[in-house]
Design a protein around this ligand. Sequence first.
Ligand SMILES: [Fe+2]
Ligand SMILES: [Fe+2]
Length: 283
Amino acid sequence: MTIDEMRHELQRRLKKNRFAHSIGVANTAVKLAKKFGVDEEKAYVAGLLHDCAREFENEQLPAEAIKRKIKIGEVENSMPLLLHAYIGAHMVKEIYGVDDAEISQAIYRHTVGARNMTPLDKIIYFADMIEPNRNYPGVDKLRDLAEKSDDLDEIILTALDESIIFVIQKKSLVHPDTIDARNFLLNPTKEPTNMYPFMTLNDDTEIIHSEILPDDSVKVYVETPDSKDGFHHMTVYLPSYRIEEVYRYTKEEVDRFMEIIRSTAHLIIQFAAQGGFENASYI
Ligand SMILES: [Fe+2]
Ligand SMILES: [Fe+2]
């Protein structure tokens, strides 16, 4: 579908006010995209279609979610309106032919947010709050901030704060994803990696390894206590045998550890896939 066709289809399916709001979000999203260097066409399409699932009445949303195998959480169960975001993320493809993971994700996250939001996610979340048809106490403060601030994270943090305060004042449930979104902005953390013991050598060197990482690699960490200067260590990735760092090992020591790792790599990878040696069920 062309963007023009999407607009017509959306207009046919949504109530007049909802359609006007959608156009408002699309235009606001493009302005923000220009300012923050995000793909403007994606911003327009995501903004235009973010509320496409509002063609359904609230009571229809749980059934529409189940139809698409969308998990209904505790908060969604008591506030089914929230489901429109997740259903919309599917409908952009089903109805409007938009097969774009970034756009779907931005639509998915537009109501409650999420940890680790992309700039597009943030822009759609925020445009939804400040588009010109919106009218609520505090909206002008957010619009001013969008004009003045060059820091998208500062803007989105304020928006999340406002929406959490609003939800609390209404005595409604706060969605955990909104708290996660806020905490992540204040304290961006890497996903923790569990490490598992694999082998202890005669000199007390420990070899430990990670689970299978998202890029299909396994991290192997070698560490030797030294009475004089703490620990010597090195990090190697499998299956590439890429050495990431070496700290205070001699060349001979590195060669020796690499030989051990090469001869046991198949086991390490196997245990990594099974959550460690102790969890490997058939040992
Ligand atoms: Fe929405
Ligand atoms: Fe909306």
